[in-house]
Design a protein around this ligand. Structure first.
Ligand code: NAD
Ligand code: ZN
Length: 386
């Protein structure tokens, strides 16, 4: 999941003034949604809905999603809860600028295929699956050059269209990813954030034998620690301000798990004062971003996943240019190189993400799930839906 404002909303394609487009677009969508709700007397299912432009979610009965010919209907078993869901729950400035209620929230999930459209030929009823939540156009310059993860026409489930905190979700078959029998629904349900970590750790750099600093041990940072361990990093230093999360990082294989104040000392000790080969910036906190540039070695690489809440100042000359470093911006998961890597790491048994999952809730306890994330000490939080 990525917090950008790239996807055009439906209203921008009309000829109304922008303020009118927003009002009419919203009213029309809400009216269509309410009509469909009344008309469909059968097959009502549960969904966690962002009903209006304000804080909170509502668990309610909605019509079972109807699939298009190129889509499949998936019965959701497990779903991961993410910081983006918290932004939408709180209805912060980003959510207000991006989301158009009403819609079903949630973008990380796994479940069983229960219905397939007439054009679908490689997914069958009964298949155990997860899915890439970024739905791309497949036609643009980026999609056609193997860079679909930055497709400007991306629409995200649970943000731009109905998501997965529900009994059922309709997904384009192009985005469906089969799970190995040995992969649980729970692990299937966190492929999205795990994929963010795989993308950040493994793109454009060789981790084997390298020294790595992971700044920020939220769920994605902790996954990244485990991935670097599995990929053969010679030394993994993880930093966070939260001791519970540092414990999780240690459990996933960090050699040093330290506060930001102690990170410089740990890096110097581990690298003879040189600096680490690679930094995975997983916090989005400006002081940690500066520390990433400071503690990477000359000629090293900084992979940036964390999203700063607002613009920040960077001294390009001293922090980047004269250090001769490479900076890589991570968006979501590469389609589908990241998914293939993730499946192979899981299949081999060399990477096990389950210690990162610390909280499990039924859908009804959505307030508690959001509170667990806001508490700041949880690892991954998941809904057990069916
Ligand atoms: P999170 O907020 O749970 O994790 C951030 C961690 O950074 C927290 O544990 C926090 O305690 C820690 N932290 C705070 N100050 C720090 C400091 N000075 N030094 C080191 N650590 C510090 O988030 P998450 O779900 O793990 O996601 C990580 C980041 O990645 C977030 O910024 C999120 O918005 C972003 N993200 C980006 C993408 C993408 O595609 N680029 C996708 C998903 C998430
Ligand atoms: Zn595209």
């Amino acid at each position: 999941m990525v917090l950008t404002n790239r996807s055009p909303c439906d209203a921008t394609r009309t000829s109304l003034a922008p303020s009118d487009q927003r009002v009419f677009g919203h009213v029309a969508r809400r009216a269509r949604w309410l009509v469909s709700l009344r008309e469909s007397s059968e097959a009502h299912v549960r969904a966690l809905v962002k009903e209006t432009a304000g804080p909170g979610f509502t668990l309610r009965d909605v019509p079972r999603p109807v699939i298009r010919d190129d889509e499949v209907l998936i019965k959701v078993r497990r779903a991961g809860v993410c910081g983006t869901d918290v932004h939408i729950y709180d209805w912060d400035a980003w959510a207000q600028g991006r989301c158009r209620p009403p819609f079903t929230v949630g973008h990380e999930f796994a479940g069983d295929v229960v219905q397939v459209g007439s054009l679908v030929n490689d997914v069958r009823e009964g298949d155990r699956v997860t899915a890439e939540g970024h739905i791309v156009c497949g036609r643009c310059h980026l999609c056609r050059t193997g860079n679909a993860h930055v497709c400007p026409n991306t629409r995200i489930i649970g943000v731009d269209r109905d998501g997965c905190f529900a009994d059922y979700i309709a997904m384009p078959t192009s985005n469906v990813w089969h799970l190995d029998d040995a992969v649980s629904y729970e692990v299937g349900g966190i492929h999205d954030p795990m994929g963010n970590a795989f993308h950040t750790a493994l793109v454009g750099t060789e981790i084997s034998g390298k020294t790595v600093l992971v700044t920020g041990c939220g769920p994605i940072g902790i996954f990244a620690v485990g991935i670097c361990k599995a990929a053969g990093a010679s030394r993994i230093i993880a930093s966070d301000v939260n001791q519970t999360r540092l414990e999780l990082a240690r459990a996933m294989g960090a050699h040093d798990a330290v506060t930001p104040q102690d990170a410089e000392q740990a890096v110097k000790a581990a690298t003879n004062g040189l600096g680490v080969d690679v930094v995975l910036e997983m916090s989005g906190v400006p002081s940690a971003i500066h520390q990433a540039f400071a503690l990477v070695r000359v000629g090293g690489r900084v992979q940036m996943l964390g999203i700063p809440a607002k613009p920040m100042e960077v001294n390009f000359a001293t922090e980047i240019i004269f250090k001769g470093i490479t900076v890589y911006g991570v968006v979501g998961r590469r389609m589908y190189d990241t998914w293939i890597q993730m499946t192979q790491f899981l299949r081999s048994g060399q990477f096990d993400p389950t210690p990162v999952i610390t909280h499990r809730f039924p859908l009804e306890q959505f307030d508690d799930a959001i509170a667990a994330i806001k508490g700041g000490a949880a690892g991954k939080v998941v809904f057990e839906i069916s």
